[in-house]
Design a protein around this ligand. Structure first.
Ligand SMILES: Cc1cc2nc3c(=O)[nH]c(=O)nc-3n(C[C@H](O)[C@H](O)[C@H](O)COP(=O)(O)O)c2cc1C
Length: 187
């Protein structure tokens, strides 16, 4: 029995190839999954392998394949991981310049429980635009796994490869799937 449907958005950062861990975690809990990639992320991931796992095409642009719905299916939760500095700033501003950003903008607007897991270094994380983006998205009800209280922090520049192995895929899923976590309705 399917428990929920998870929309995953992958951005172009080091842990992107490991998104299969999130897919498998969700499937073990009887969730179905679909993966959307930013255009830049398509070269980071093994698209045929992901499509085999999810049973659904990986979307990265607006072109619809025969038999593929253009509208968004019912979605119980959204996980954006790994989320880049670039995409986090765009999401906070409400930019919709590619299929992934448009999907995210609409799902947050529908109050779908949304979890973002940034993968940024300390130099990027200290920038004011990024800090404003995190605050703004949290104000909008988006859960961002970032900071000491969340157990996931930026890494020193140049150490991304080491940090990739500890990317919190399982926490991202359990947070998004938590029945306790509901994105608040904001005016
Ligand atoms: C090999 C490689 C690794 C990268 N890793 C990161 C990363 O860990 N975090 C990040 O914010 N950007 C990273 N970038 C830069 C992003 O890919 C770049 O900002 C890109 O524009 C992000 O596109 P997207 O946000 O549309 O996915 C990396 C780029 C390359 C080529």
């Amino acid at each position: 029995m399917t428990v929920g449907h998870l929309q995953i958005v992958v951005c172009a950062a080091g842990p992107a190839p490991d998104v299969t861990t999130l897919i498998n975690t969700a499937h073990q809990q009887s969730w179905t999954t679909v993966v959307t990639a930013t255009p830049n992320a398509t070269s980071f991931i093994d698209i045929p392998a992901i499509e085999k796992l999810t049973g659904t095409p990986v979307r990265s642009d607006y072109r619809a394949s025969p038999g593929v719905r253009r509208s968004l299916p019912t979605t119980d939760a959204l996980v954006i991981a790994p989320a880049t500095y670039n995409s986090i700033n765009k999401i906070a501003l409400g930019l919709a310049d590619n299929y992934a950003m448009t999907t995210i903008a609409e799902l947050i607007g529908r109050h779908v429980p949304t979890v973002i897991v940034p993968f940024v270094n300390t130099a990027l994380a200290t920038r004011l635009p990024f800090r404003h983006a995190v605050t703004s998205l949290r104000d909008e009800g988006v859960r961002i796994l970032f900071g000491p209280e969340e157990g996931w922090e930026p890494h020193p520049p140049g150490s991304g490869n080491d940090r990739r192995l500890s990317f919190p895929w399982a926490t991202a899923f359990t947070t998004a799937a938590s029945r306790d976590y509901k994105a608040p309705m904001r005016e």
